[in-house]
Write a protein that binds this ligand. Structure first.
Ligand code: SF4
Ligand code: SF4
Length: 221
């Protein structure tokens, strides 16, 4: 999931300066899971904006704001309110904000900061797990990402600086390769540590990317 957190209210109010009528759109997927842009947070934001004298004639949560066609349909249905608004405040990750911005000529503002792709460990605790390298090698590393978990992004084993399982660069961080070693040992796959990986083709991880999956590929999914 995409991890995001709400911006500070004064920053949001600053961006909305001069906008008296605001429509708020939340996201029912990642932003809801992060308690940053779900039903509750949208209602809180509505109260905050009304508290400083703004009118919020419409506030709603879309299932996933980043799904362009569905979002377009919903915005069309609600076009009367949107026409009358001075601004739209989107409580989703940056992808959702850009999706809305593309679909309307109204000024669109982000209420959240998008942080990383990661996992929800427990309420309020998120961990970055993938650096979007475009060439996944998790099958060789026991399902632990060497690029993300190792501070140097090493592909072929540890740098040698780890002490008691901790990284030499960041003291309180587990050494990614120590974790990989322990996982492979536990699963009887230590032989994978001996594999030599060629340098990554970083062009695959360049951004922005666009991809079109053919019908055959989509059927397999
Ligand atoms: S190897 Fe690449 S794609 Fe796989 S989890 Fe790590 S960063 Fe993500
Ligand atoms: S100590 Fe471990 S995590 Fe840190 S840079 Fe070296 S191999 Fe990577």
């Amino acid at each position: 999931m995409i991890i995001s957190q709400q911006k500070l209210l004064p920053d949001i109010l600053q961006s909305l300066d001069g906008s008296d009528v605001v429509v708020i759109i939340g996201c029912g997927t990642c932003a809801t899971q992060c308690h940053a842009g779900g039903e509750e947070e949208v209602q809180d934001m509505k109260r905050e904006l009304e508290g400083v004298g703004k009118a919020v004639p419409l506030s709603f949560v879309l299932e996933s704001v980043c799904t362009t066609q569905k979002t377009k349909k919903e915005l069309t249905k609600k076009s009367t309110f949107i026409e009358e608004a001075d601004a739209i405040l989107v409580m989703s990750c940056g992808v959702g904000v850009q999706t809305v911005a593309e679909l309307t000529e109204k000024p669109v503002f982000p209420a959240l900061d998008t942080l990383f792709i990661g996992s929800l460990r427990r309420v309020g605790h998120y961990e970055e797990l993938c650096a979007l390298c475009g060439q996944c090698i998790l099958e060789y590393t026991g399902g632990i990402c060497a690029i993300n978990q190792c501070s140097k992004g090493l592909l072929n084993g540890p740098c040698g600086g780890s002490k008691q399982g901790k990284c030499e660069i960041i003291d309180d961080r587990d050494c990614g390769w120590y974790l990989i070693y322990e996982r492979l040992k536990q699963r009887g796959k230590l032989y994978l540590m001996e594999m030599i990986h060629q340098p990554q083709d970083f062009s695959k991880g360049q951004h922005p990317q666009k991809i079109t999956l053919g019908r055959e590929m989509l059927k397999k999914k």
